[in-house]
Every structure is written in structure tokens, then in C-alpha cells.
Design a protein around this ligand. Structure first.
Ligand SMILES: Cc1cc2nc3c(=O)[nH]c(=O)nc-3n(C[C@H](O)[C@H](O)[C@H](O)COP(=O)(O)O)c2cc1C
Length: 331
């Protein structure tokens, strides 16, 4: 698995399901990552976890991200996921493969959400370099696939630990490190400080994936130029705008980028929604599709009342009708 020169869709809980990863890939994302998966929930055979790692053959290369803080439980998750052996329903198959094989396992050391850090998971780990070392070493040992680590700059500005943790990750056998240039305390404001990405790049020889505040193709190129990052990772910039991957590819390849028309954009959005409904059923699929459709419509002419209406749709037909009426009214 090569982690250089890649434009990557960031892991986003509640967002980066198979349907969204697929449209991002169509538009040029080279790598995608699952929503974060609780290693502990896997340990207890949680059935919902199996739905979170759902994927298909056209979704490769793809990483599964795990979170937790107990080295053995994390390593167990890496063992099972990297071999397709996670089996929450006690099913048996002839070849033993139960869940699709990802291309790599990513360890979450960056999530800032209170519920996660209060259990000692996510970015809380950045306060305990020794524990990070134990987790990464154990996962690398048990995983049949490459292991990567995703970190922030540190816990807060008094405790910047990204360079230390990146060096530990490299020494413990990680294949790449993704860094979001903010501390846990900053959550998502103010702007990401890309100098942390540069510092990590200078400190390690494994590929470094830069992340934070890429909202245009120019931002992506600027980040690579300013930090020397081997690859870039895009999160919020892809919400309702998977075209950002195409825009970046065009700029890198010096091709002209033609933005989609609103009708093309909503056609793509509906493709995504159909897949969501196909995979999750109409009730869950439609409920989860609403936020994606609102993102697709954000900033579009006269879209406020349509976004409002979308939030009340209960069926696929209602969603299609609402978008169709919006397009008709634009003419
Ligand atoms: C809705 C949402 C969910 C996220 N979930 C995860 C997650 O599950 N795992 C993770 O490592 N980061 C998660 N993140 C952080 C992103 O992967 C990324 O690091 C962050 O958004 C900064 O990148 P951006 O400025 O391109 O959005 C999430 C971010 C958002 C906005």
C-alpha cells in the first residue's frame, strides 16, 4: 500500500459510509477511510459495528479506522478486521471471510469529542506517548495489513506532542501518519496550523498525510507546497462537494476543471441517496440522506426552503420529488 501522492477522503463518523465513499472515489479520491469503529464494541460483538464497516469490491483501496485505548482490544480488532474475520452474529462461511477486506487499518488518535476523550480514546491518547506506543506496536504485530495513525497537533497549545507521537508511530511500525493541524482544545476553530504538518514531515521518513482546512484545489496544492506532505486528506471540504477531488486532480494535472451544473450535482447526490437506501433500508437511508442533500444544496440559488422541505421528507419518493421541483422552479 503506497500512501504517497494520494488525495484522501478523511474518516468522518456519520458521513463516510459506503455510498459517500463511492461518489468521492468516482470523482477522484484515491483512498477512503471508514467511519470510526469502536474496538471495544467489536470486542463485545456489537452488530451495528458490522454495518459500519460495510463495503463492496468497487470501494478499494479503503482503510478501516478503529478507536479505543486498550492495546490488546485494539490489536484484536486489527487482527480480525485485517483478515475479514469479524463475526458478531456467529456466522460461518466456507472461506472464513465474513467482512470485506480493507487495504489498511487506521488508528484514531485525533477525535476531540468529549464522549470519546472522556473514555481515554481518540485525542486523549496524545497525552500518553507510552500508551500510544503500546497500542501501535500491538496493532502492527497483530494486523495482516499496514497500520496508519491519525493524530492532531496535540492536546492543547501547552502540550504539543505531534512530533513525538509521529516518531513513536514510525518506530512502532506504522506505515503512514495523518496529521490534522489543530489541538484537541481547538476542536475545529481557528484555522488549522499547517506548520505542525511540516514539523512532522521533517521528523519522520514514513509518508505524512496533511489534513485541515482544505476547501479548494488551491488549498490542497498550497498545503503540499508549504508542508512537504506526501498526501492530503479532505474532510469538511468534501461535504456536499465530492467534486473537490476532481478539481484537485485537474489542477495537479494542469487540466481545465469544469464545475458541475446544479442538475448534474443533484443527479450525483441522488445516486448516493439510492445507494444509501439500498444498503440501509428506506427509513434509515432517507434519514441519513437529508444532511447530505442539505450540504449539496448549500449556497445554491433559492435553496433555503428546499433544504427545509428535505428535512421533513420521510421517503425516497418525497426526496426525489422535492429535488425535482427545486430544479423545475430554477428554470
Ligand atoms: C462530521 C465529522 C466527523 C468526523 N469523524 C471522524 C472520525 O470518525 N475519525 C477521525 O479520525 N476524524 C474524524 N473527523 C475529523 C476529520 O477526519 C478531519 O480530521 C477534520 O475534519 C479536519 O479536516 P477538514 O478541515 O478537511 O475537515 C470528523 C470530522 C467531521 C466534520
Amino acid at each position: 500500500m503506497d500512501f504517497t501522492n494520494k488525495i484522501i477522503l478523511a474518516p468522518m463518523a456519520g458521513v463516510t459510509d459506503y455510498a459517500f465513499r463511492r461518489v468521492c472515489r468516482w470523482l477522484g479520491a484515491d483512498l477512503t477511510v471508514s467511519e470510526m469503529i469502536s474496538a471495544k464494541a467489536m470486542h463485545y460483538g456489537d452488530k451495528k459495528t458490522a454495518t459500519l464497516i460495510y463495503t463492496k469490491d468497487d470501494d478499494a483501496p479503503y482503510g478501516i479506522q478503529i478507536f479505543g485505548h486498550e492495546p490488546e482490544i485494539m490489536a484484536d480488532a486489527a487482527y480480525l478486521l485485517s483478515r475479514g474475520l469479524y463475526n458478531p452474529e456467529g456466522k460461518e462461511t466456507r472461506d472464513g471471510i465474513l467482512t470485506p477486506l480493507p487495504s489498511y487499518i487506521d488508528i484514531n488518535m485525533g477525535c476531540p469529542v468529549r464522549k470519546i476523550v472522556s473514555s481515554g480514546d481518540g485525542s486523549a491518547l496524545m497525552q500518553s506517548p507510552q500508551l500510544c506506543e503500546k497500542i501501535i506496536t500491538a496493532c502492527v504485530k497483530k494486523s495482516a495489513l499496514p497500520v496508519t495513525v491519525k493524530i492532531r497537533a496535540g492536546w492543547d497549545k501547552e502540550n504539543i506532542s505531534c512530533v513525538e507521537i509521529a516518531k513513536i508511530a514510525e518506530a512502532s511500525g506504522a506505515s503512514a501518519i495523518a496529521i490534522h493541524g489543530r489541538t484537541r482544545e481547538q476542536m475545529y476553530e481557528p484555522r488549522a496550523d499547517w506548520s505542525y504538518i511540516e514539523a512532522v514531515k521533517k521528523a519522520v521518513s514514513i509518508p505524512v498525510i496533511g489534513n485541515g482546512d482544505i476547501f479548494s484545489a488551491k488549498d490542497a496544492i498550497d498545503m503540499m507546497d508549504k508542508t512537504g506532505a506526501d498526501s492530503v486528506m479532505i474532510g469538511r471540504g468534501a461535504l456536499g462537494n465530492p467534486y473537490i477531488f476532481k478539481e484537485i486532480k485537474c489542477l495537479l494535472e494542469k487540466k481545465t476543471y469544469t464545475p458541475p451544473t446544479i442538475s448534474q450535482k443533484l443527479q450525483l447526490a441522488m445516486e448516493q441517496v439510492w445507494t444509501m437506501v439500498e444498503e440501509k433500508g428506506e427509513r434509515v437511508g432517507v434519514a441519513e440522506a437529508r444532511k447530505h442533500l442539505s450540504w449539496y444544496l448549500k449556497g445554491e440559488r433559492d435553496s433555503a426552503s428546499t433544504r427545509d422541505r428535505i428535512n421533513r421528507c420521510m421517503t425516497l419518493d418525497e426526496l426525489s420529488f422535492t429535488l425535482h421541483s427545486y430544479l423545475q422552479n430554477l428554470k
